[in-house]
Design a protein around this ligand. Structure first.
Ligand SMILES: Nc1ncnc2c1ncn2[C@@H]1O[C@H](COP(=O)(O)OP(=O)(O)O)[C@@H](O)[C@H]1O
Ligand SMILES: [Mg+2]
Length: 313
């Protein structure tokens, strides 16, 4: 019997040399669920998709898709999933129909499926792929990922580079697919997208999942972040060490934190004050807006440097 989880990642790590692009993440995606990885550029989203779809090997940890081990049953995994990659892999010079037929033949899938998809997705069969608008190209890429009737669909930043209307249409299409029972795993750096398609969202930053919850709780999940400003004297190394778990930022002499459970945090400060003996000069809280907290959580303005050696980032 098919397992209840369509996707299961257990502490997966991806290392390039001594750089860890994905630093041990775990999650489950239920059959029929739509799940999103939300995070800024460089967070490790594409790397995660590439591991789960067997395009790159997992350095350590385990992952299962449709019950098949990504490490040892790659072929079975690939047969049971569809992938819409971040950069299209279809042929510009072939027509839409030729592209889809090519995929069908590759997977030994009936060409009938292509006919159905052309109709369902309202695609211009005889037009060259290279001549399509980016919105239509994305629709064709989604159709191509569905030719062999997969039960799990991976989409890597499906609306990236699309104008507002095409993005909306693609989101509606993905929601429709999910309604028909398709398990959807998508990545995005867009808050709006994370709030409009999936049932569950995990926020990824610098190779780690830093928060996870239902989409409807996302605002609450993110909005719960209370900004705490703390000024103490003296700031000892021991204090900084003890506060590292809260991810301190420094701002004009204040230590600034984004805290979920403020009560617990204040108790910890009191405990540290007793053991380390510093003086609290300032302790204040403020509740920032959801977008702002997301940016602060993920450090959107501080992209990680690229380690591929071949690009200018
Ligand atoms: N082939 C590679 N070799 C070395 N580093 C890589 C490679 N691919 C990705 N990275 C690095 O891994 C990190 C995560 O990249 P990626 O998964 O593409 O992030 P995202 O999709 O969230 O933008 C980045 O710092 C990126 O430069
Ligand atoms: Mg990416």
């Amino acid at each position: 019997m098919a397992p209840e989880e369509a996707i299961r990642a257990i502490n997966i790590v991806k290392r390039y040399g001594n750089f860890e692009a994905v630093r041990g993440i775990s999650f489950d995606v239920k059959r029929g669920e739509a799940f999103a990885l939300l995070g800024p550029n460089g967070a490790g989203k594409t790397t995660t998709v590439r591991m789960l779809t067997t395009l790159t090997n997992i350095t350590s940890g385990e992952a299962y898709v449709n019950g098949y081990s990504v490490k040892s049953e790659g072929l079975m995994v690939r047969r049971s999933i569809g992938l819409v990659p971040d950069v299209s892999n279809l042929y510009e010079e072939l027509t839409v129909e030729e592209n889809l037929n090519f995929v069908a033949d590759l997977y030994d899938a009936p060409r009938e499926n292509v006919k159905m998809l052309l109709k369902e997705f309202n695609l211009p069969a005889k037009k060259k792929f290279g001549k399509l608008s980016s919105g239509f190209k994305r629709r064709v890429a989604i159709a191509a990922a569905l030719v062999h009737e997969p039960s799990v669909l991976f989409l890597d930043e499906p609306t990236n580079g699309l104008d507002v209307h095409s993005a909306k249409a693609v989101r509606a299409l993905v929601r429709e697919l999910n309604k028909t029972g398709m398990t959807v795993f998508l990545t995005t750096h867009n808050m709006v997208e994370a709030e409009s398609i999936p049932q569950r969202v995990a926020i990824m930053k610098e190779g780690r999942i830093i928060a996870e919850g239902k989409r409807t709780e996302l605002s609450k999940l993110i909005g719960k972040g209370v900004r705490v400003r703390l000024r103490v004297e003296p700031v000892s190394n021991k204090l900084i060490e003890a506060l590292l778990q809260y991810g301190p930022n420094f701002d004009e002499g204040d230590l600034v934190f984004l805290i979920g459970d403020v009560d617990e945090f204040i108790e910890e400060i009191c405990r540290l004050r007793r053991t380390l003996g510093f003086k609290v000069l300032k302790l204040s809280t403020e509740a920032p807006g959801i977008e702002e907290v997301f940016i602060e959580l993920t450090g959107n303005d501080r992209e990680r440097p690229c380690h591929c050696g071949g690009c200018p980032l």
